[in-house]
Every structure is written in structure tokens, then in C-alpha cells.
Design a protein around this ligand. Sequence first.
Ligand SMILES: Cc1cc2nc3c(=O)[nH]c(=O)nc-3n(C[C@H](O)[C@H](O)[C@H](O)COP(=O)(O)OP(=O)(O)OC[C@H]3O[C@@H](n4cnc5c(N)ncnc54)[C@H](O)[C@@H]3O)c2cc1C
Length: 393
Amino acid sequence: MNFDPTEDQRRWRDLAREFAQGEIRPRAAELDREQRFPYDIVAQMSRLGLMGLTLPEEYGGSGGDFVAYNLALEEISRADTSVGITMEAHISLGCAPIAAYGTTQQKERFLSRCATGESLWAFGLTEEEAGTDAGGTRTTAELEDGEWVINGSKKWITNSGTRITGGVTVIARTGTREDGRPELSAIIVPQDAPGYTRGPAYEKLGWRASDQHPLYFEDCHVPEENLLGERGRGFHQFLSTLDGGRVAVAALSVGLAQACFDDALLRAKEREQFGRSISEFQAIQFKLADMAMELELARNMVLKAAWLKDQGRPFGREASMAKVFASEAAKRAADQAVQIWGGEGFMETSTVARYWRQVKINEIGEGTSEINRQIIARSILRESPAEAKLFAQ
Ligand SMILES: Cc1cc2nc3c(=O)[nH]c(=O)nc-3n(C[C@H](O)[C@H](O)[C@H](O)COP(=O)(O)OP(=O)(O)OC[C@H]3O[C@@H](n4cnc5c(N)ncnc54)[C@H](O)[C@@H]3O)c2cc1C
């Protein structure tokens, strides 16, 4: 077994680290305070190839592997998870489905500008009545004279309303299946499609420098050829898209946990009480030790899931495990970082107060901890029917 990254993976990680520490970290607090989307940072990341890291080179992407992407995303998120989620939602949610299921024509038309990062792309699944129960999608798309006519709405869609957003891929009901369940399909909607509008951005607890909007479709017309992949395969496509997304949100969580650890360690060494550095107290040392252990474990889980994906092997269970563990480990790390900082950690002037606000969403977005635990349990039960019987007795 080899735990060393390849030369290419190391190069992406180091490039992301240097850029993130030099250009993102010093501005993260200000961007968060002003809730401002950092167009210049995204433009620089595009020039470095980070915004198209896993996307195919023939469409302008960087052609990196999934491990390299997660290593780079960890470094970006260590500096600021707002920028991290902008990169993640663009690559994993927006572009990956077009790269995986799109026709050559769709890739040329929609992916080429996105793979360079010149444009952002969004993924619209969540609705008022369809959160965890994503199959409960109410938005409809009907074929009329060679065009899809879309009606409905989506909520909280990341990267959907920036001035460089190219469009969104939405999941809509395109009919009813034989078993009576809705037929769901994915449809590409360019930003300027008639009948497509966005509502105002949200006030959020974290990810405040990232972009989310409600989306409205009122007799929105797009050409029939904007169907992404096969009609009726939308549910399958988004489940598979979310598997990749979960590994990436886990990497984002590891980056945030690392930032908590970095700043907690620094403070522990600097702060003196009772005439000694607080890092000399065992109570503080054990907190740092626990943070370091969980960080190591979470990072290994992310890299294993990413490596499985790169090998073309099943990775859904490992993706859910990494997502649950890393997001919860990051929450514990943020909590302990504030504790080590004491009252200073409660001040909005501290980095750790921001980390504490930022961390909660990782347990919610791209599948809550509850639904990921169900996925893990189902996969265990499916694979071991004999043991399941034993437990039931
Ligand atoms: C900042 C932000 C950005 C987002 N970006 C996007 C995006 O780009 N695209 C997109 O499509 N969506 C996006 N989302 C939506 C996100 O994926 C959902 O919030 C998430 O899937 C959970 O859905 P919900 O919030 O409606 O929670 P609900 O489904 O209402 O769940 C509420 C609670 O009930 C629990 N629960 C629900 N069902 C079950 C069950 N069967 N068993 C046990 N517990 C259950 C949940 O785990 C949770 O604890 C974003 C959300 C936020 C806040």
C-alpha cells in the first residue's frame, strides 16, 4: 500500500496551498463580513486550472484525478470554505454531470466555458418540498413542439446567480413511470432561457461569501436537445453525482478541521496563564491530540473514497462514511478550537468564531448526516444478509 501522493497530486495540492494561504486566507474574514462573492479570486483560480481540475482537457479542463482535486479542495477550504464550496459546487455538482452524461454537442456548448472556470455552472435539485426526499421533486418539464417547458422552483442553489454563471442543470418530473412513481430527468437550462429567473441571495450563518438563490421557472422554454443523459434517468444521475459531491464535502470539512487545528495550536502555544503556556496543561494537550487524530482519520477516509473513484470501483459507502465522519470531526474541531481560545474565541474578530459558524452546514449539504448513516446501514445490510439475520434473532 502506498500512502504517497503522485507527483501530479502533490503539485495540485502545493499549488492550491500556496495560492490559498497567500491570496484567500488574508481576505476570508472581510469577504465573510461583507458577504461578497470573490470574483477576482475565482478568476485567479481559473487561470491556475483549479476551477476545472477534474474536467476533461479536450474541453479546456485540467484533466487531474479525483484524489488531486480533493487534496486541492482541502487546501482551498483550509483558507476559506466559502471559496471551497464555490469550487466544489462548480466542479462536482455543476460540471461533473455534464462531463459524465452530456453529448459532444452539449459538452462543446456548455462545458467548454465552465471547464476553464470562465463560467460557473449550478445543480438544481432541492425544492421547498424536496430536500432529503429529493425524489419528491414537484418541478415539471413537458415536451411541446420540440421544446421542454419547465414550471416550478428550486431553493438554495449554489453558484446560480453570479454574474459569471452560465446556467443550471435541473431535475424535473417529465412524466409518470409504470409503477406510478414520477419519471425524473435532468435538463440543462442556460442562464438567459426565457421564463427562468432568480430570487435574491440568502442571509446565511456560514459560506457567506458564496452564492445561493431560489430559482423560478415559469413556462421556461429550452430546446429538446437540452435533456442531459437519458430521459427518466435523472434520479440515478443525481445519486451518482452526489456520491462524488460527498467525498468533496468531506475534503472541504477536512480543510476546515485543519484550519481549526492550526489556529488552536498557535493560540495554545502563545497564550499564557498561571505563568505558563496553556499548551503545557494536559487538558489542552488532550484536545490537540484528539483534533490531530480525528483529522488524520478523516483525511485518510477522504483519500480512500477518492482513490476508489479514480480506480472506477464502487465508492458510495466510503463517500457517505467520509462525509459523516469528516463533517462531524470538523464540528468537534471547531468547538475545541473556540474552547482553547477561551473568550477571545467568542469574538467575531477571531478566526475560530468564523470557523464555528461555518462548520454546521457540512452536516447538512449534499445529504444530511442522518441520510448518509442510512445509506451506510443499507449498504452493510445488503451485503451481509446472514449477519443481518443473526442480529435480528
Ligand atoms: C448553503 C446551502 C447550499 C446548498 N446548495 C445546494 C445546491 O447547490 N443544489 C441543491 O440542489 N441543493 C442545495 N442545498 C440543499 C441541501 O442539499 C439540503 O439542504 C439538504 O439536502 C437537506 O434538505 P433540507 O434542508 O430540506 O432538510 P430536510 O429534508 O427538511 O431535513 C430536516 C431534518 O430531517 C432529517 N430527515 C429527513 N428525512 C429523514 C429520514 N428519512 N430519516 C431520518 N431523518 C430524516 C434530516 O436529516 C434533517 O435533520 C443547499 C443548502 C444550503 C443550506
